[in-house]
Design a protein. Structure first.
Length: 329
């Protein structure tokens, strides 16, 4: 597939990017095998929205992360990680009555690793509309939301809708990554209805082909993009795995090839890297093709690291990667 056009995305202005979600401690197996039999783990920090924050901060943007943590070792680790990565912590609150969530991830040679979550009843799961109402949107340029926050609890579901509502009322650009996690939803029907509703109110939606299939029955990148446009989104960028990405505004479309890497260490976090790369480029005023190219680069870079966000690059590291890797055919 070749680029049929290129276009700019309207409605973004320089400023802070607000992300809301659950950060967790992550324990990644250092050897292959069932997690119950593994003896050695590497400790790090994870969470889809937090991964995007890291990517944005390392590329010079100003992410603000809203979450709740407990005053426990996991919460302490996450807070220190955010400060090291220049992520604004002014919207992080502490709940001493709830724990900080954590997860475990297996090590694999092929395919995607297995992940297990301990997040029920976590501090972050108590976020609600009142927390969103307390946010000062005056200097927020972009609100980025994923489909992971809504199913954590009834209150986070309500908070997700309130977040989009407040963002639109205040003229912020809304970016939405459906990020399907069927296992954490009470039902598939609620998942589909909620994600379609949130996507309908977004300026930019960042689905994969699998999400187009699950939510709309679409089978191709073009059909996936059209389905989200018809659903109400202004712009859609469809991730086509290592092949590249496709974007449309309903009248114009563009496709860019991905970057080729020799081996894949871990696929988790690649989509978050793509989101960070795409959003950072759009905030710099770049075209949709330039933004997707950067998104593809960050996604490819992140597959080279076990951690969900360790590999996210600085501008210098990004340019070095792009100059040393060729594009997919």
């Amino acid at each position: 597939m070749t680029t049929t056009a290129d276009f700019t995305v309207e409605g973004l202005k320089p400023g802070k990017v607000l992300l809301v979600g659950e950060a967790m401690a992550l324990f990644t197996a250092m050897e292959e095998g069932e997690l119950g039999a593994v003896d050695t783990f590497n400790a790090s920090v994870a969470g889809a929205e937090l991964n995007v924050c890291v990517g944005l901060a390392r590329l010079g943007q100003k992410p603000v992360y809203m979450t709740k943590l407990a005053p426990d070792p996991f919460g302490d680790r996450i807070r220190a990680f955010m400060e090291r990565n220049a992520i604004d912590t002014s919207l992080v609150t502490i709940d001493p009555s709830r724990p900080t969530g954590f997860m475990m991830k297996s090590k694999v040679s092929h395919g995607d690793p297995k992940t297990y979550y301990w997040r029920k009843g976590s501090a972050a799961s108590t976020m609600g509309p009142d927390d969103v109402d307390a946010v000062d949107f005056s200097d927020i340029s972009v609100v980025h939301l994923t489909g992971i926050l809504p199913p954590l609890s009834d209150t986070t579901l309500a908070a997700s809708h309130e977040l989009v509502k407040r963002a639109r009322e205040n003229g912020a650009f809304v970016s939405f990554d459906p990020n399907l996690r069927p296992a954490i939803w009470p039902s598939l029907d609620l998942m589909r209805d909620t994600l379609r509703e949130l996507a309908s109110q977004a300026d930019l939606v960042l689905p994969g082909i699998g999400e187009g299939r699950e939510l709309f029955g679409a089978e191709t990148i073009e059909d996936t993009a059209k389905a989200f446009i018809d659903n109400g989104a202004k712009y859609v960028v469809v991730k086509d795995g290592p092949k590249g990405a496709y974007a449309t505004n309903g009248t114009e479309s563009a496709y860019v090839p991905g970057f080729v890497v020799d081996t894949v260490v871990d696929t988790v976090g690649a989509g978050d890297g793509f989101a960070a790369g795409t959003l950072s480029a759009l905030l710099e005023g770049k075209t949709i093709s330039e933004a997707m190219e950067r998104g593809c680069a960050l996604g490819a870079i992140q597959t080279q690291f076990v951690s969900d966000n360790e590999g996210l690059p600085t501008p210098e590291e990004l340019e070095a990667f792009k100059s040393s890797h060729h594009r997919a055919a």
